[in-house]
Design a protein around this ligand. Structure first.
Ligand code: FAD
Length: 142
């Protein structure tokens, strides 16, 4: 058995008096723009998307990267903003800590060593794309 309790955004937004969702994330519209302060934008774990709060997983932080950059530039240049589309379901693999993983996609759930290996393969592939100082190489040599 394991317990996954999730995460909560920093109290920074609530303490600042900014509009927040139920869990304290900066409340943004579907352009990732703060609902009360159009000059503020946010993405990732620290936001609550008005109307359809998203799970706090890196998948959404990554999917929000480009729209966030595009909308920040558009706002500064006075161009129209684009809606962020959260996309469909995503693959979730939890590392169970004993070289096993728990795989979930749509309603399909299974656990085992293969799920862990798949996670490791996907995670290392992702990290490899963003290598700047050789951390991944050091990790593999250990
Ligand atoms: C152990 C673990 C495993 C995970 N595994 C996965 C996974 O396999 N797949 C997946 O999709 N997601 C995973 N997640 C979730 C994923 O890491 C997050 O959803 C994602 O990193 C969110 O990105 P972010 O940029 O919003 O926030 P973060 O990556 O948390 O970045 C926020 C940054 O802001 C900085 N910061 C915080 N407060 C301040 C402040 N007051 N001033 C200045 N800087 C500040 C922090 O230091 C940090 O660098 C995992 C999370 C954890 C903890």
């Amino acid at each position: 058995m394991f317990v996954a309790i999730g995460i909560r955004p920093s109290p920074l937004f609530r303490d600042s008096g900014l509009p927040t969702g139920k869990d304290g994330g900066l409340l943004v519209n579907d352009c990732l723009q703060c609902v009360d302060h159009p000059e503020l934008f946010g993405g990732g774990d620290c936001i609550s998307l008005a109307g359809s709060p998203l799970a706090r997983v890196g998948v959404y932080a990554v999917r929000q990267n480009r729209p966030l950059l595009r909308n920040l530039s558009a706002f500064l240049e006075g161009r129209p903003l684009q809606r962020f589309d959260p996309g469909g379901d995503y693959l979730l693999i939890l590392n169970l800590g004993d070289r096993r993983g728990l795989f979930r996609r749509n309603n399909f759930v299974w656990s085992g060593r293969l799920a862990f290996l798949l996670k490791e393969y996907l995670d290392l592939g992702f990290m490899r794309k963003y290598q700047v100082s050789g951390e991944l190489r050091d990790l593999r040599e250990e």
